[in-house]
Ligand binder design. Sequence first.
Ligand code: C2O
Ligand code: CU
Length: 483
Amino acid sequence: MSSRFPSALTRRRFLAGSAAAGAVLPLGPAWADTHRTFTLRAAPGRARLVPAPWGESDVWCYGGTVPGPGLRVRQGDRLRIEVENALAEETTVHWHGLRVPNAMDGVPHLTQAPITPGGTFAYEFDAVDAGTFWYHPHQRSFEQVGRGLYGALIIEEAEPPRVDRELLWVLDDWRLTQAAAIADDFGGFHDKSHAGRLGNTVTINGRVPDAVPVRAGERIRLRLINAANARIFALDFGNPAPRIIALDGQPVAPHAAPGGRVVLGPAMRADLILDVTGARGTTTSVTDRFSARDAYRLVDLTVVETRLRDAPPDWPMALVPNPLPEPDLTRALRHAVTFTGGMMGGMVERQMGLAGGGGMGGMMGGGMMNRMHDGGIWFVNGVAAEGHILDPLLVLERDATHVIAMTNATAFHHPIHLHGHSFRVLSRNGAPTARREWQDTVLMAPRERVEIAFVADNPGDWMFHCHILEHQAGGMMGVIRVA
Ligand code: C2O
Ligand code: CU
């Protein structure tokens, strides 16, 4: 590999090494000798988000970098992560998408006492599923994540598909001032009641990216993580279209993204196989087309001279499924969840034939305004969450299959996340999905109805919330109890 590789974008991949890296995964559950220990220190720091002439920005981050250290282990390893809080406020760490025991889930007050400034907490759990995951605070996450507290958690398959190279892109979206400082208007009412805190600067691995050099003919596994508070990406890689092999860490039958766009709401991940077919010297752009009006070029891929092969390899790309319990739809217990609220929500509720009441806008009654200003902007089955201690929205019988029929009766998109489980996405607006993909966060379009199914095999109280962090802070959150 020439010295031009790896690019800046790959540099963080192995920052958090471990003593036994490269050890062979033992057979069976005898995992005691595969402990991986990490330390994560959450603290204020400085990061160069944007190139000169701008300077560095003040951030909050793990381990002094944005993103924080990439934690990389093998499926079946046991992780121990000691978190030190050097922030001036309480924090916790949530392991997004991992099926961990409830006490390790990092939800303040609900699953643990928040880590006080100067305090520590040790998280310990098994890496049950292989895949692309991430970690972030769950305390005031709209500000803590928004200032840079997040990192990748990669769990390697015992037998990963053959590729020439792997890249990890952690996407983020920042609202920066002209002086490259993070605008400190977190939690503003407009962001909460509309599409969340959209920024003006998109970064890959904590930097506005330079062109990424790729080699003619090479096969790349690209892991994508959307760590933004609110921005939804719809990435168009041009031709040939990459194949999606995993969503939210979970294997999916390899396929080209529908409509040529890899759509990632906040917190969502995708693993792609990218075959570079262009000739030396050519550049292809990755374009974010989520907003037709504001499409922009995210990054360029530039083909450099080394030619690895003349045609794409015929190596298999399908991943081995993770050990997820398969829902039994013939015996499923059914539940309904309706999301309401936000700007123009009342109008949508009336159009959808719902009673109306959660939404503001249209005719904004005085009662509604009062309710809004009490803190509730978004409602889950009519309730706006305050804090993390909540009466359960649903109580699910343990080890049974549950189908949740969700209705987005609002004028906005919402990436809905369930802790502690992955679920199959069964249908959208009544039509079965093509691949019944496993997800932990499902993006719902305005007025959309989505059905998900899963076996509730992980006991405890689990957060269920919109991952647009301003919506979460505005009440779009509930607790699902598995008992
Ligand atoms: Cu990634 Cu409850 O969060
Ligand atoms: Cu939302």
